[in-house]
Design a protein around this ligand. Structure first.
Ligand code: S5P
Length: 259
């Protein structure tokens, strides 16, 4: 099979899941493949960070259960910032339970993730039922799912050829809802999935807790992933958030142009 086009514009024309089209359109329009991992503890810190990095990102990744003061107003304000700056939201929930349980975790509870998050993700450890359960809730709302086919950490049990390949097989059976993968590299050319890669940093190689950082050049140019996810590299201690967001956006986009 001929090597597929890796050009975001070509892929926008081919994408079939509406939320993937929206994401690619934003990437092309804003010239950014940067997603910020907003791991902060308060509502105000999250809103401030989203407003600061908003102009430079295509996607804001949240861990909504870190917040000590979550409320529905946060969701409204965050959604307004997403509209103001033209980015999408990805709640990094990493679902991992049986289909019937994840349906409730995704659609109900305090957070009602499916109501506001364009993308979420899951481990396929329980088998394909987890995808079916999430799909029942998410697809009618126009959401997309990412499978955690690999993890960025030292000793990750997900990073075996068999497990990763099974993620790909499951994704290929659900191409109407599975938008792509969390992985360090493009995994298949059989279908045009979106790849998002965390563990990206320009200055350090680890965090002392198993996280491993690779450069945008490694991830985007060489590994043919699509989106870099950057957290502490942008807002860690002593960082100038706006300057770092600009720096990572530039590095990610240049790495894309170089391939
Ligand atoms: O394999 C993974 C998958 C994810 S989603 N490794 C990760 O680090 N993540 C997430 O990416 C993690 O939960 C965190 O929100 C972000 C990385 O943050 P950083 O501060 O290390 O850049």
């Amino acid at each position: 099979m001929a090597s597929p086009s890796l050009n975001y514009q070509d892929r926008l024309a081919r994408a079939t899941i509406p939320v993937v089209q929206d994401l690619l359109r934003i990437m092309v329009t804003k010239e950014t493949n940067l997603s910020v991992a907003a791991d902060v503890k308060t509502k105000q810190a999250l809103l401030d960070l989203a407003d600061q990095v908003g102009p430079y990102i295509c996607l804001l990744k949240t861990h909504i259960d870190i917040l000590v003061d979550f409320d529905n107003d946060l969701v409204e304000q965050l959604s307004r910032l997403a509209a103001k700056h033209n980015f999408l939201i990805f709640e990094d929930r990493k679902f991992a339970d049986i289909g019937n349980t994840v349906k409730m975790q995704y659609g109900a509870g305090i957070y009602r993730i499916a109501d506001w998050s364009h993308f979420t993700n899951c481990h396929v450890v329980p088998g394909e039922g987890i995808i079916q359960g999430l799909q029942e809730v998410g697809q009618p709302l126009g959401r997309g799912l990412l499978l955690l086919a690999e993890m960025s950490t030292v000793g990750s049990l997900a990073n075996t050829p068999t497990y990763t390949a099974q993620n790909v097989e499951m994704a290929l059976r659900h191409t109407d809802f599975v938008a792509g993968f969390i992985a360090s590299r493009r995994l298949t050319d059989d279908h045009d999935f979106i790849y998002m890669t965390p563990g990206v940093g320009l200055d350090v190689t680890g965090d002392g807790l198993g996280q491993q950082y690779r450069t945008p050049e490694q991830i985007i140019t060489r590994n043919r992933s699509d989106i870099i996810i950057v957290g502490r590299g942008i807002y860690g201690p002593g960082k100038d958030v706006v300057a770092e967001a600009q720096r990572y956006r530039k590095a990610g986009w240049e790495a894309y142009l170089a391939r």
